[in-house]
Design a protein around this ligand. Structure first.
Ligand SMILES: [Zn+2]
Length: 181
């Protein structure tokens, strides 16, 4: 093979590698290893919320919780108005898969000290006009609403064009699970 040709092939190969690396930075890796047997959606005040779960009971219960949280968030943020039409997708993921740095490579792990997470809200790598919550399946049913309420608060902040506040997400989740909202 001529040297020019082999140089050319090397460049083409390098280019393809770079392109595929760029494309892999998203949810593809997660969807390659996780299958969701129960996907269902509800309409909450004109916006669709999808839950991708592993049993009918889990999916129904979680969608019911998200509906209730959304009603309570109206009271928590009485002045807020929707500013973006964003479909929410909630994905129930095994803890070890969620925390596998190669699989969940779209998350900026360094921004929270590279510690393991129970859930995350993401709007940076989701398809346009959608956002996503990834929540770990590890939790007992009674702990899950706390984590879900925290992430749904981030969705609310995002779609109401408010700044992302960790304190408020934590506070709302606490009020929600103690029935004080
Ligand atoms: Zn948060």
């Amino acid at each position: 093979m001529s040297q020019v040709l082999s140089q050319f092939l090397k460049i083409v190969f390098l280019f393809l590698t770079i392109v595929s690396t760029v494309h892999a930075r998203g949810y593809e890796n997660i969807f390659n290893v996780v299958e969701f047997s129960h996907v269902q959606s509800v309409n909450i005040d004109g916006v669709s919320v999808f839950y991708h779960g592993h049993s009918e009971d889990e999916t129904n219960r979680s969608l019911h919780d998200i509906y209730k949280m959304s009603q309570k968030l109206k009271g928590y943020y009485p002045e807020s108005k929707i500013c973006k039409d964003i479909t929410l997708h909630v994905y129930s993921i095994d803890f070890d898969i969620l925390n596998n740095r190669e699989v969940s490579n779209f998350l900026s792990w360094s921004s929270w000290g590279d510690s393991d997470i129970d859930a995350v809200y993401d709007a940076r790598y989701s398809p346009s006009n959608t956002s996503a919550i990834f929540i770990s399946t590890r939790h007992a049913a009674r702990l899950k609403p706390n984590i879900l309420a925290h992430e749904v608060t981030h969705y609310w902040q995002h779609t109401r064009c408010m700044s992302q506040s960790e304190d408020e997400a934590r506070e709302f989740a606490e009020l929600y699970i103690t029935g004080k909202t």
